[in-house]
Structures are given as structure tokens and as C-alpha cells.
Ligand binder design. Structure first.
Ligand code: ZN
Length: 601
């Protein structure tokens, strides 16, 4: 039963339960001084404008100034954001964030000449720069800018593209307004017979209701709204796809997929491999739904039957210290330094803001900087096992930051999204492994396995289906085929049939799902979730079953920041995402989990 208690106010908290921001910035007064210093530096970018072709010395000075500015801005911006996250009703801190954003915009404008000016330098100058001693620390920065040269247009055309930025977001903006503001889903009776508002936020809660009639009613009522707006939703999605196709074409990429993969330097084989591997393993996924159907004692399984935990979890309480002990024990394979640093960070060094309070930012995140501890925001509930997993996840991000900041110079410490979710989900894998070893009975084991299965299903299988849909509808647009309600829903319906299998009952409305996924407005992004968890599963197995060499390779990855391209970093760590192996390993593991669940229940 949910206890009714009010959240405490920020000022009433025990400081030991909050983060200590002093190493980042001593006080709000100190922040004002740093802010003023940063503000005074903005005009100094102008010193370098028009001069980057003068010689390697000038360019090196400019890049050094830019990086130093960035490094201080990171501190100033992070402090403002963390202070505001403590209590979002604190208008003083909200104003700090707004002032920082304004400063960051002005700084970005002042520095905006650097990239185009480098890109417009003659080839002879650039060749000389790439071997110049003064520019040695900046060589990779330069190379990364120059990769874009073939896709950069003459100045006037670039200016036109920059000017249409806001217009290009119109489709996505209209979608969000419709989804978040205009669509109303009405009320649904929950299992206690109480009327609860159905919304994008509560839909997932209804989907885990133990009462089938509640799930079913919520499902049909939710999708009725999407059916009522399907033409508008198809038009906004088509608009967003056409925008992607347009930008890829004007910049001379072979396709919109190629354009999206280009910044991470990821070849399309990685994307296609992922889809091919998941497709090859779909019979295991279909078998899982069949196991689920049997265990739930259903005659037929529908989509609204796939989120209920199987079996229900037992309530286990973990105080903060117990959770930290559990996580540190689970991460023991990562060695002394990792574990001791993290333990101190989560206890005496106060990296983490632990519990909910009035006005606090919801959810959880890790927010690191180069010059201060990698902070973590939590809203920890001792009764919720998922919160222990969340803490292990965020701790993975924070330790990634901690290692990279210690082993890389500033320009190469910040890791990109493609690898970020590896370090975090790796820790969840170790925690899951540890808890399974400790499980006291079959029921506990079954719960943990069910949890792990759901995680792989949501992160690898579902996101790969999304990735395949994105690939198909972009290819359709590129071939000049119309994107309509019918063509979008038919394309999606076919994927649902493939991914859920012949035994699964697909309600007609389910194909409307393709019109409600916000990530589709940021195309070719979700595949990174699937590759990230696949890499994490493969790497965690390597570290668990390997020796010092495997561990050092993984720690080397955590220390490497962005000093290499993402695929090279992962290759050094021990997984090659250009081969089918890592995804295969993850899905084989998925199959083993399904077998075991079937036996245990
Ligand atoms: Zn994460």
C-alpha cells in the first residue's frame, strides 16, 4: 500500500544525503565571479576571426582559448543546472540556468566562425597544419572537423541552411504539441475501481496492471485517440522524414541513414548487422511470448499482456548503505580502484543527491565535468529494486567520466552517446549477475530473470524493430514513394508480424504505435540503445569469465573518453561491432534466460 507522506523541503534535508557541490563551485557568490569572468572572455574570440590561415601557431592559440573557455563554461553551466535540479521552484537557481544559457548562446555565436574558417582553408595549408608541431595536441580535433569537408557547402549556401533551422523543426514541434497538449485520453477505471486519468505518462502504469480488463480497456482507449488523429500524425512524421532526406541530399550524402551515421564514423554494416542478427533470432523472441502466454494462463496473447512482470517481484528493502554495498560487491570484478572510488563517491565524498524532496528534478541522471566529481541525481526509494539498478547505471556513467577525465586531456575526455550506454548498462549486467548468484529461491530467481529478459526485449529487440522501421520509411521517401497513413501503418504492421510471431494476436490499432514514438523525429538514434546493451552484455561476460587482460581492456575503454572513434574504442575493449558476434552473444544469452524462466515457473 502506498503510504501518504509529504515530501520534505530542500532545506530540511540532512546534508549527508545531498551532494556536495563545493568542489565544483564553492557558493552561488563564487559562481557569480566565474560567470563574470566567462562573460568578459566572449569578445576575445574575435581576435582570431579571419586569421586562422596565418599559420599553425595562431590556430593552436585559437583552439586552446576555445577549449579553456569551454572547460570553464562546463563548470559554470553544470553548477547552475545542478543547483536548479535540487529544487525547481527556486527562482534564483532557475535564473542562473537562464543566464548561463544566454551566455552560452552568445559564446556559440562568437565562436561560430572557427569551424567554417578551418573548413575553407586551402588544402596546402591544411596539409601543413596536420603535421605541424604546434598543432600536435589538436590533430584529432582538426581531423574530425575536416571529415565534414566533402559535406560542407559554400558559405552563402551554409548561411541559407542555418537560417532555415527553426522551420526544419516545424513537423517535430507540431507532433509534440499534438501529443503533449491537444490529445486527451479520458479516464480509465483502475483495478480498485477508481477513475484515473489516462495520459502518455500513465499509459505504461496501466500496461503493468495485474487486471487484464484494465490493461485492455486502457490500450483500446489510448489508441482510439491516435486513430482519431492518424492523418495529422502521418503528415508530421512524413514531414520529419522529408526533412532528413532533404538535408542528406543537399549535403551530398548517399542516403539519410548514411548522413546520420557519419558523425560517429559508423559504417552502415553495423546498422544492418544489428537488424540481420535480431531477425535471425526472432524465433527465440516468439518462443518467449509463447512462454509468457502459457505462464499467464491466457488463451491468446495480446500486446497489452506483454508488460506485466512475470512473476511479481517480492518487496526487498535496501537502505542507501545496503544498496551501495550491494552495488560495490557486484562490481568487484572491476577491481579495487573502481570499487573504492565509487564507494567513497556514493558515501563520504557525497557525489550523489539521494532522496526526493519538494521541487526536485524527477528521475535520475549523472552529470560530470572535467574539474569536479561526476555528480549523480537520484530519487531513491529503498523499497524499489529498480532504483538499485538505476543507481548502478548512473554510477557507470559517473565512473566513465571519472576515468576519462583522469586519463585524457580536456578536448578528448567527453565520450559520445554511442559508447555512453555501454558503461552504464555494463554495471546493470554485473548487478543482475550478482543478484542471481545470491537468489534464495526459484521465485526470486525467476523475477530477476524476467527483469533481465524485459530489459533485453525493450532495449535490443524493440529498438531494433524501430531502427528497421526508420530505415524502411526513409528508403521509401528517398525512392519517391508517398508516406501516408496507409503506407506507414502497413510497413509497421509487417514488422509487428515479423517481430511478434504467428501466435501473437495483433490488435489492428497496434500499427498506430508507429505514429506515437517521439524518437522517430530524431531519426536513426535508437539503434545505439541496441548496440550499446549488446556491447555491454558481451563485455560483461568477457570480464566475468576472463582475467587481467580482459579487465584492463575494459578499464582502458573507460579511460579513453573520445580519444578514438566509438567503434575503435569498443574494439580495444574487446568487442567488434562490425561483426555479428556481440549481438549474437546478447541474443544467445536472451535465449538461455527464456529457457530458464520456462523451467523455473
Ligand atoms: Zn544512461
Amino acid at each position: 500500500m502506498a503510504k501518504i507522506h509529504r515530501l520534505p523541503s530542500r532545506s530540511s534535508l540532512d546534508p549527508a544525503d545531498t551532494w556536495d557541490l563545493a568542489p565544483l563551485c564553492a557558493s552561488d557568490a563564487e559562481w557569480e565571479k566565474l560567470y563574470a569572468r566567462l562573460n568578459r572572455q566572449i569578445p576575445r574570440f574575435a581576435r582570431y576571426r579571419g586569421r586562422l590561415g596565418e599559420g599553425p601557431q595562431v590556430l593552436a592559440e585559437c583552439l586552446k582559448f576555445d577549449a579553456a573557455f569551454d572547460r570553464l563554461a562546463e563548470r559554470v553551466g553544470t553548477y547552475a543546472h545542478l543547483r536548479a535540479a535540487e529544487d525547481q521552484t527556486n527562482s534564483h537557481c532557475q535564473a542562473m540556468v537562464a543566464r548561463y544559457q544566454n551566455l552560452a548562446t552568445r559564446a556559440a555565436e562568437a565562436a561560430s566562425f572557427i569551424r567554417p574558417e578551418i573548413l575553407s582553408l586551402p588544402k596546402k595549408t591544411l596539409d601543413q597544419y596536420l603535421t605541424a608541431r604546434e598543432l600536435a595536441p589538436w590533430r584529432l580535433v582538426l581531423k574530425r572537423i575536416l571529415r565534414f569537408k566533402p559535406h560542407t557547402l559554400p558559405a552563402r549556401e551554409e548561411a541559407l541552411l542555418a537560417m532555415q533551422g527553426e522551420m526544419a523543426q516545424a513537423a517535430s514541434h507540431a507532433f509534440r504539441q499534438l501529443l503533449d497538449a491537444d490529445m486527451k485520453f479520458g479516464l480509465v477505471k483502475d483495478e480498485k475501481g477508481e477513475l484515473v486519468e489516462l495520459s502518455n505518462a500513465t499509459f505504461s502504469k496501466f500496461m503493468v496492471s495485474p487486471e487484464r480488463s484494465v490493461r485492455k480497456a486502457a490500450f483500446h482507449q489510448y489508441y482510439a485517440q491516435f486513430a482519431a488523429h492518424e492523418h495529422t500524425l502521418a503528415a508530421t512524421l512524413a514531414g520529419s522524414v522529408h526533412k532528413d532526406v532533404y538535408y542528406a541530399r543537399v549535403r551530398g550524402y548517399g542516403s539519410s541513414l548514411e548522413a546520420a551515421l557519419f558523425p560517429d564514423n559508423v559504417p552502415q554494416t553495423v546498422y544492418d548487422n544489428l537488424i540481420a542478427q535480431v531477425r535471425q533470432h526472432l524465433p527465440i523472441v516468439h518462443r518467449y511470448y509463447e512462454v509468457r502466454r502459457r505462464k499467464m494462463k491466457l488463451r491468446q496473447i495480446h500486446h497489452y499482456d506483454t508488460y506485466v512482470p512475470l512473476p511479481a517481484g517480492r518487496q526487498v528493502r535496501h537502505t542507501w548503505d545496503e544498496a551501495v554495498n550491494l552495488i560495490v560487491d557486484a562490481l568487484a570484478p572491476l577491481g579495487e580502484e573502481y570499487c573504492q572510488t565509487l564507494r567513497r563517491g556514493l558515501t563520504t565524498d557525497r557525489w550523489c543527491d539521494r532522496y526526493p524532496n519538494l521541487g526536485k528534478h524527477s528521475g535520475a541522471f549523472s552529470s560530470g565535468t572535467y574539474d569536479a566529481p561526476p555528480y549523480i541525481l537520484m530519487n531513491y526509494h529503498p523499497e524499489v529494486l529498480n532504483d538499485v539498478f538505476t543507481l548502478a547505471h548512473e554510477a557507470g556513467h559517473s565512473m566513465h567520466t571519472w576515468y576519462s577525465a583522469r586519463h585524457q586531456p580536456y578536448p578528448y575526455y567527453g565520450y559520445v552517446i554511442f559508447v555512453a550506454e555501454v558503461a552504464s548498462t555494463f554495471n546493470e549486467e554485473l548487478l543482475s549477475h550478482h543478484l542471481l548468484k545470491q537468489a534464495r529461491d526459484d521465485r526470486e530467481r525467476a523475477y530477476l530473470i524476467g527483469r533481465e529478459i524485459d530489459d533485453i526485449r525493450a532495449t535490443i529487440i524493440r529498438q531494433t524493430m524501430f531502427a528497421e522501421f526508420e530505415k524502411q520509411i526513409h528508403a521509401m521517401a528517398e525512392a519517391g514513394e508517398p508516406l501516408t497513413v496507409q503506407s506507414l501503418r502497413a510497413t509497421y504492421r509487417k514488422l509487428l508480424e515479423d517481430y511478434f510471431g504467428p501466435q501473437f494476436v495483433l490488435d489492428d490499432e497496434l500499427s498506430l504505435e508507429c505514429l506515437r514514438i517521439p524518437h522517430f523525429y530524431r531519426a536513426f538514434y535508437v539503434y545505439k540503445y541496441a548496440t550499446g546493451l549488446s556491447a555491454a552484455i558481451a563485455l560483461s561476460q568477457r570480464v566475468l569469465h576472463g582475467g587481467k587482460q580482459e579487465l584492463d581492456a575494459y578499464l582502458g575503454f573507460l579511460k579513453a573518453g573520445c580519444s578514438k572513434d566509438p567503434l575503435d574504442l569498443l574494439r580495444d575493449a574487446g568487442v567488434d561491432m562490425e561483426t555479428p558476434q556481440p549481438v549474437q552473444t546478447a541474443l544467445t544469452y536472451f535465449g538461455q534466460l527464456v529457457d530458464e524462466l520456462d523451467m523455473l515457473l
